[in-house]
Design a protein around this ligand. Structure first.
Ligand SMILES: Nc1ncnc2c1ncn2[C@@H]1O[C@H](COP(=O)(O)OP(=O)(O)OP(=O)(O)O)[C@@H](O)[C@H]1O
Ligand SMILES: [Mg+2]
Length: 363
């Protein structure tokens, strides 16, 4: 079958994988457009690695269909392997070899001649900021350096599709940022990336679309913005100059924003209006400017104002009724049902992101 130039990079229909009685993957449908980053987000044991392994032809599906660039992973695995590369969840570099030795060895295994293998390896080490560490054994690398070496190894032959299975789990924020930059560079060069992650923030920052999976099933799919709007339209946060005007401000917000839930914050000058409606950024901005105009006309002085979308944490909790700690970092406040119900302050969105990005290193 000829590959359609505009066809999907990945297409799965009803994909199933069982391990004994465990349905690790239980009817997964995915469509990934070429040239995009697709995030597969889910807690431990959701089935992320199993999906990736089937797509990379390392595991045989028990049911359903999966095609990579139009080629069936079961009937045409060689054609699939020729186009994909995988950076697995667990580092695959040889600890006793140096950075250069690792890459040269792999490049030789991929069929490159010695001189070419050396040239490519040097170029990759340079691109990944590892030139200085090129002659050190990988066991003396930091977690971030090791991860970068791993990804460099999977890019020795520029793949059309790169699988990154939890590329930043256990990394500190700086190393994580370096890996994100690498992903952006790879995509800019035309490679499609399928990325699994437990980090909502990571999916939010990198992915064009996200599938949230839980217990082997896709429970939501869309752009990060669509997923956020699916749980609500966001919130307007206000701080007033004078606490005496708060009751009036509340009354005006309730009048101007039909259906909005207006709550008084513990800070005596602050209040929050949770918006309802279609959830588009434009609609929320329209509501916000109307509310501000109304307050100004009534002589209520606003000293601080922000408008925020719900966080992906709220999306995840709304979708999975997840127990605290089932998704990385959610234990740090975001998994508190109170926090989810009252919403994360818009101005605190960054704070919230920071909590989601902190995770215990994998055991
Ligand atoms: N080789 C295997 N044999 C038996 N069960 C397995 C095997 N591989 C995975 N499983 C089970 O399948 C389910 C999905 O596992 P998978 O590794 O795909 O999850 P994951 O989403 O990648 O999780 P994590 O975030 O922990 O990496 C789990 O219940 C797991 O225990
Ligand atoms: Mg996994």
């Amino acid at each position: 079958m000829k590959e359609h130039p505009d066809g999907p990079a990945i297409e799965t229909i009803g994909l199933v994988k069982r391990f004994g009685d465990t349905k690790a993957v239980n009817g997964v449908d995915l469509t990934v457009r070429p040239g995009t980053v697709y995030g597969v987000l889910g807690p431990n044991g959701a089935g992320k690695t199993t999906v990736v392994k089937m797509l990379a032809t390392l595991l045989r599906p028990d049911g359903g269909e999966a095609r990579v660039f139009g080629r069936d992973v079961v009937r045409d695995p060689d054609a699939v392997r020729g186009r994909v590369s995988l950076t697995g969840q667990y580092a695959s570099v040889d600890e006793d070899l140096t950075g250069t030795e690792n890459l040269v060895l792999l490049a030789r295994l991929l069929g490159h001649r010695r001189a070419d293998a050396r040239r490519r390896s040097a170029a990759m080490l340079d691109a990944f900021g590892l030139s200085e560490a090129a002659d050190r054994q990988a066991k003396n690398y930091s977690g971030g350096m090791r991860r970068r070496l791993d990804i460099a190894a999977s890019l020795l032959n520029t793949p059309d599709l790169l699988f990154l299975d939890e590329p930043t789990t256990g990394l500190d924020p700086r190393s994580r940022n370096q890996v994100w930059d690498v992903v952006r560079t790879v995509v800019a060069a035309g490679t499609t990336v399928l990325l699994t992650t437990q980090y909502l923030e990571e999916a939010d920052r990198l992915a064009d679309r996200i599938a949230v999976i839980d217990r082997g099933r896709v429970i939501a799919e869309g752009t990060p913005g669509e997923l956020k709007s699916s749980v609500g339209a966001g919130a307007i946060h206000l701080r007033l100059h004078d606490t005496g005007q708060r009751a009036e401000a509340r009354r005006l917000l309730e009048k101007t924003l039909p259906g909005a839930e207006v709550a008084l914050d513990s800070d005596p000058v602050a209040l929050t209006a949770r918006l309802t409606g279609d959830g588009s950024a434009g609609a929320a901005a329209g509501h916000a400017s109307r509310a501000l105009a109304e307050l100004a006309a009534a002589g209520v002085t606003v000293s601080d104002f922000s408008l925020g979308q719900p966080s992906l944490d709220e999306v995840f909790l709304a979708l999975t009724d997840a127990e605290p700690g089932t998704i990385a970092g959610a234990g740090a406040g975001a998994a508190d049902p109170g926090a989810a119900g009252e919403g994360v302050p818009a101005a605190g969105d960054e704070t919230d992101r920071n909590t989601t990005s902190v995770k215990e290193p994998a055991a």
